[in-house]
Design a binder for this molecule. Structure first.
Ligand SMILES: Nc1ncnc2c1ncn2[C@@H]1O[C@H](COP(=O)(O)OP(=O)(O)OP(=O)(O)O)[C@@H](O)[C@H]1O
Ligand SMILES: [Mg+2]
Length: 272
């Protein structure tokens, strides 16, 4: 059994325009330590699926198991990064991270918790802005705090809902590299599911890409996982500006190269 098992999950939501079958029989398996990206059309149900996997929303049918246990709420050792930062506005950047550390790692001493919070604020390059409240941070800085807050809790599972979607291209590229380094720098395996609208981003960061699409019945916006694509390049990676067509889904992305590989050499994952 895979570490995360999503089995036949369905979800129907009711709006003032009627009933929407958002998820229909979605099945997905994620191995421990795997980084899986979900890409798909706007409104096809990616966030709904992620919030069910994370235990924030209950499915109407089907089940999610994490480490063999049925998901019935947000599990400890799990961190979530939302698209809209979700920082507490009355706390500084450092206090936001510190609060998360204190709540996720309550057995640690106060001093160790404070050191951990400072270390992660530093890792995302915000040491000089640690004492600013979110209203005095740029969007990119807020998202850095959200990522620091998630990783500082030392999760073994990370859920990212389009974490860089609202950022400019340069900040986005920087944060992608930082996330890749922070994830791969951890000695423990961090199992990650990330939603993204960027195929390049998915290829850069993930072991496997899972496209989600609307079904034939567009009126009901049914969605399902159609297939998954395995990125064969070892992580961490860096992009090369060369167009590449991926599978049958008609998407174009940049060719990727593993760090340290010379041009033209694309080693398999787990290879040299
Ligand atoms: N609380 C809700 N009540 C009713 N309908 C909802 C609710 N949340 C989402 N929906 C609808 O369910 C569908 C799927 O929403 P969801 O947010 O999961 O899509 P998404 O794939 O994450 O979209 P995006 O790419 O824009 O983030 C959308 O049509 C949305 O309008
Ligand atoms: Mg969404």
């Amino acid at each position: 059994m895979a570490f995360i098992e999503v089995s036949c999950v369905s979800k129907t939501l009711t709006t003032n325009r009627g009933v929407r079958h958002v998820l229909n029989d979605v099945t997905l398996s994620v191995d421990q330590g795997e980084f899986v990206s979900i890409v798909g059309f706007m409104g096809c149900g990616k966030s709904t699926l992620l919030s069910i996997i994370a235990g924030l929303t209950l499915p109407d049918a089907g089940e999610v198991r994490l480490g063999g246990e049925l998901v019935r709420g947000v599990r400890s050792k799990t961190a979530i990064v939302f698209q809209n930062y979700s920082l507490l506005p009355w706390l500084t950047a450092l206090e936001n991270v510190h609060l998360a550390v204190a709540s996720a790692l309550p057995t640690w001493t106060r001093e160790r918790q404070a050191t951990q919070a400072r270390a992660y604020i530093g890792k995302v390059g915000l040491a000089n802005a640690a004492h600013r409240r979110p209203s005095r941070l740029s969007g990119g800085m807020r998202q850095r705090v959200a990522i620091a807050r998630a990783l500082a809790t030392e999760p073994d599972v990370l859920f990212l809902d389009d974490p860089f979607g609202a950022l400019d291209a340069l900040t986005r590229a920087n944060l992608q590299q930082e996330l890749a380094q922070l994830c791969s720098a951890e000695k423990r395996p961090v199992t990650t599911i990330m939603i993204t609208n960027s195929v390049d981003e998915a290829l850069l960061l993930s072991d496997r890409i899972v496209p989600m699409t609307h079904g034939k019945d567009a009126l009901h916006s049914r969605s399902h996982v159609v297939e998954s694509l395995t990125a064969s390049v070892r992580r961490p990676r860096r992009p090369q500006l060369k167009p590449l067509r991926i599978g049958d889904v008609g998407l174009t992305a940049v060719r990727l190269r593993a760090r340290g590989a010379s041009a033209g050499q694309v080693p398999n994952r787990g290879g040299a």
